[in-house]
Design a protein around this ligand. Structure first.
Ligand SMILES: [Zn+2]
Length: 262
């Protein structure tokens, strides 16, 4: 680190839990952030300000006027621009040392797997179940820590799935994929503006802790926030050994498929 970096990150370096080593770990880290909306905005601001060396942000959407009430990485003159480009511009103003890779597409399939495989930590800041499950499957496959957040109306939730560990539950253990899951689209739902800030800032905090190996992360716990009463609930999560993504369900299915091959 040069003198300017020692100054820029001095309030991190002063923390004995972080110090030079922790900050160096952040500078060398690569985070994949999927979603540059309400949650992705505060996540990206804190990752960039904290000096995470490389941030890949994926989002196919463009900024519109209804986003600006809560998506604080975008500005009024960003309307009509791709969210990832708008975010990259803002983040460069905060910290030009950080490399921001802006992917203006809905990443899925092999392309999603490629991005997940290349990251140290994956942050899910999306707003639909299909994408959440696809991200989870890729994180299970490549054993990447997944920081998952959600916010709608006054209800927020956050969980960490440290899929580097064999006994970790995955997102599918918690919310099994099924046809009758009613899709709640943020496009038509109300969202309390600071709620995405609270949950997004916590997602950034958990990602930084995972990258530095500091403290005790939210692994194996789901936190639920009711912002109307400002009450938190903590729920213990356990791996579902029959989960079709991370457990034996998948193995049984695979063996059955293989058995059919002549
Ligand atoms: Zn699972």
């Amino acid at each position: 680190m040069d003198d300017n970096q020692l100054l820029r990150y001095s309030r991190h370096i002063l923390l004995p839990e972080i110090g030079i080593d922790g900050q160096q770990a952040l500078l060398g880290a690569h985070v994949l952030l999927i979603g540059a909306g309400g949650l992705g905005a505060p996540v990206s601001l804190y990752l960039a300000a904290s000096g995470v060396g490389r941030i890949t942000i994926c989002d196919h959407d463009v900024v519109d006027l209804t986003n600006l009430q809560r998506q604080i990485v975008h500005f009024t003159d960003s309307i009509g621009k791709h969210k990832v480009e708008s975010a990259r511009t803002t983040l460069a103003r905060i910290n030009p040392e950080v490399v921001v890779e802006a992917i203006a597409e809905r990443v899925e399939g092999p392309r999603l797997e490629q991005f997940v495989a290349a990251a140290d930590v994956v942050i899910d800041a999306t707003d639909n179940f299909a994408t959440r499950h696809a991200i989870n499957r890729a994180c299970v496959r490549y054993q990447k820590p997944l920081v998952s957040g959600a916010a709608v109306r006054f209800d927020g939730q956050i969980a960490v799935f440290d899929l580097r560990k064999a006994d970790s539950p995955c997102y599918h253990c918690l919310f099994p994929e099924s046809g009758d899951l009613e899709e709640m689209r943020c496009a038509i739902m109300g969202v309390f503006a600071p709620l995405v800030g609270v949950i997004g800032a916590m997602q950034a905090a958990e990602a930084l802790k995972l990258l530095m190996g500091v403290g005790r992360d939210l692994s194996g716990r789901l936190l639920l926030l009711d912002a109307l009463t400002m009450e938190w609930r903590s729920v213990r999560l356990k791996k579902d050994s029959r989960c079709s993504v991370c457990g034996s369900g998948d193995t049984a299915q695979r063996q059955a498929t293989e058995a059919c091959v002549p």
